[in-house]
Write a protein that binds this ligand. Structure first.
Ligand code: SF4
Length: 142
C-alpha cells in the first residue's frame, strides 16, 4: 500500500542479542557482514530458493546437503528455543532424492510439488540444487 499519510514511526526494535554471535559464527556461507547486516546474495536460503540461474562456485561447498533453503542461523539462535512450534499448513513430505530431482520433468515436478513451498525454487532451480548436493556428496565420499 502506498500512502502520503503522516504516520508516526514505530518504536525501535530492542536489541536482545547482546554479545551473542551464534548466527554469524554458524553461517556456512559467511553471509553476515557483521551484526544485523546480512548480504542476502550470499545466503544459502536465497541462493537455493529465490536465485535464478547458476549458483557461483564459491557457494557450492557451503550449500553442503541443503536442497532447499537453510535454517542454520535459526537453529543456533538461543531465542528460538522459546518460539512456539509453527502451524503446519501443508503436509510435510520429504523431497525425492537428489538423483530423482535432477531427472524430473516439468510435468512430474508440477504433479509432485502441487501446493508445496518447494515450488518456489521451480524445477530448474531444484535440479540445479540437487546437482550441487550430489557433487558435494561425491567430493566428501572421495
Ligand atoms: S539461512 Fe543459512 S546461509 Fe542464510 S544467513 Fe542463515 S545460516 Fe547463513
Amino acid at each position: 500500500m502506498l500512502t502520503t499519510a503522516d504516520l508516526p514511526p514505530d518504536d525501535a526494535v530492542p536489541d536482545r542479542c547482546g554479545t551473542c554471535t551464534a548466527c554469524l559464527d554458524a553461517c556456512p556461507s559467511a553471509a553476515f557482514e557483521g551484526p544485523y547486516a546480512l548480504d542476502a546474495r550470499r545466503c544459502v536460503a536465497y541462493l537455493t530458493i529465490e536465485h535464478r540461474g547458476p549458483i557461483p562456485d564459491e557457494f557450492h561447498a557451503p550449500i553442503g546437503d541443503w536442497l532447499f533453503g537453510c535454517d542454520v542461523c535459526q537453529e543456533v539462535c538461543p531465542w528460538n528455543r522459546h518460539a512456539p512450534p509453527a502451524r503446519q499448513t501443508v503436509p510435510a513430505t520429504p523431497p525425492p532424492p537428489p538423483e530423482a530431482l535432477v531427472a524430473m520433468t516439468d510435468a512430474e515436478f508440477r504433479e509432485r510439488f502441487r501446493g508445496s513451498p518447494l515450488k518456489r525454487a521451480r524445477r530448474a532451480g531444484l535440479a540445479r540444487n540437487a546437482a550441487i548436493v550430489l557433487g558435494n556428496r561425491r567430493r566428501s565420499a572421495s
